[in-house]
Design a protein around this ligand. Structure first.
Ligand SMILES: [Zn+2]
Length: 361
């Protein structure tokens, strides 16, 4: 009897292990986008300050609803209407859901390195840091027969080539479309993208480089069908630094629409439909609403260690916003990606544990 029960149990466990439906993972980052706006929508005190917000009425009309829930959904409708509705989202510090970095620096290179390595190495302490000495999830996956030449990254920021260390692992990493001549990177086989560049409406000025990043990312995704794909957007951080709260909000709203477009492509494309998990997160947070603190991040800025994560896919339970008291870390993202793909990420350095609630029904 006991034996039978054990056998049954083992069978069930095996079934659970092989029941993983995710075959592809996409990670998208909104650089330095705060949990405050993600979970609470536009911050009234920042809308009120003319120094940061030039067009309060328009923004209020666009993004402020009758409740906090309504406002955040107006600001990032895909993240709330689709991802949170069918998957999960966490990092609402106010609700006791915490997610923080462990690298201590509260700026970009260390943050992305922590995401990809599963380790917040404090020695990685500069945005000018040379090639990442540590193994990342890219290195690991490229060594797997079913993932070799199936990973890629597209980003607005040029440091991604060093963070991912493309010279070591040969992962295709495409960056900085504004500075480089797009023709040089793409003209060989991608005329349509060059056309996009000239078609960007100059009047908007918004998300100009992230728009190019996204257009190229989607084109690459469509043509090459990578199984692990990273897209790094930047303009949320850019506009926050320049103190333009209005543009910061518009940037988040635009990036959300790119997520929606990408997810629509995923769910209407045979290779990806119902076997792809999308993870959205950020590299660091920013300061509070007090004074100019929201503009900044980095080691001396209190609160900039708080980040967030959202996730949707065939193995993600529809738990919505996680409000229970917990504390996750940025170093858990890499192993979570590996587990979603049915693998165990190993490297010659520490790797944070996978995030349990992502898998438990
Ligand atoms: Zn920054």
């Amino acid at each position: 009897m006991k034996k039978i029960t054990l056998l049954l149990l083992a069978g069930l466990l095996l079934q659970t292990a092989s029941a993983q439906k995710t075959k592809n993972v996409i990670v998208v980052t909104f650089d330095g986008y705060r949990w405050q706006e993600l979970f609470q929508g536009p911050q009234q005190s920042l809308l009120e300050r003319e120094k940061f917000t030039k067009n309060k009425e328009t923004l209020t009309q666009k993004y402020v609803g009758n409740s906090l829930e309504e406002s955040r959904k107006k600001l990032t409708p895909f993240l709330w209407g689709e991802v949170a509705a069918k998957g999960l989202i966490f990092g609402n510090k106010k609700a006791g859901s915490k997610m923080t970095i462990t690298n201590g620096h509260k700026f970009s290179y260390p943050g992305y390195s922590e995401i990809f390595c599963g380790w917040g190495d404090k020695k990685i302490n500069s945005n000018d840091y040379p090639n990442n000495p540590h193994q990342t999830i890219f290195d690991f996956l490229e060594q797997q027969p079913d993932f070799a030449k199936k990973t890629a990254a597209v980003g607005t920021w040029d440091a991604f080539t060093r963070i991912i260390n493309t010279s070591r692992n040969k992962v295709p990493v495409f960056v900085e479309f504004r500075k480089d001549s797009t023709g040089t990177i793409l003209s060989k086989d991608n005329k349509s993208f060059t056309q996009y560049q000239t078609n960007i409406p100059i009047a908007s000025k918004l998300c100009e480089s992230d728009t190019l990043t996204y257009r190229f990312a989607k084109e690459y995704f469509h043509r090459n069908k990578p199984r692990f794909f990273f897209v790094g957007f930047d303009e949320t951080d850019h506009f926050a630094h320049s103190g333009q709260y209005d543009n910061y909000l518009d940037a988040a709203h635009t990036l959300d629409s790119y997520l929606a477009d990408l997810w629509n492509y995923v769910q209407t494309t045979e290779e990806y439909k119902d076997k792809t998990t999308l993870i959205v997160t950020c590299d660091h947070g920013r300061g509070s609403n007090v004074g100019s603190q929201w503009r900044h991040h980095g080691q001396p800025v209190p609160g900039a260690e708080y980040i967030w994560m959202a996730m949707i896919g065939p193995d993600t339970p529809a738990k919505g916003e996680l409000k229970a008291i917990h504390h996750y870390h940025q170093n858990q993202i890499a192993q979570t990606i590996a587990h979603l793909l049915g693998k165990e990420f190993t490297a010659d350095h520490f790797i944070g544990k996978a995030i349990d609630s992502v898998f438990s029904k």
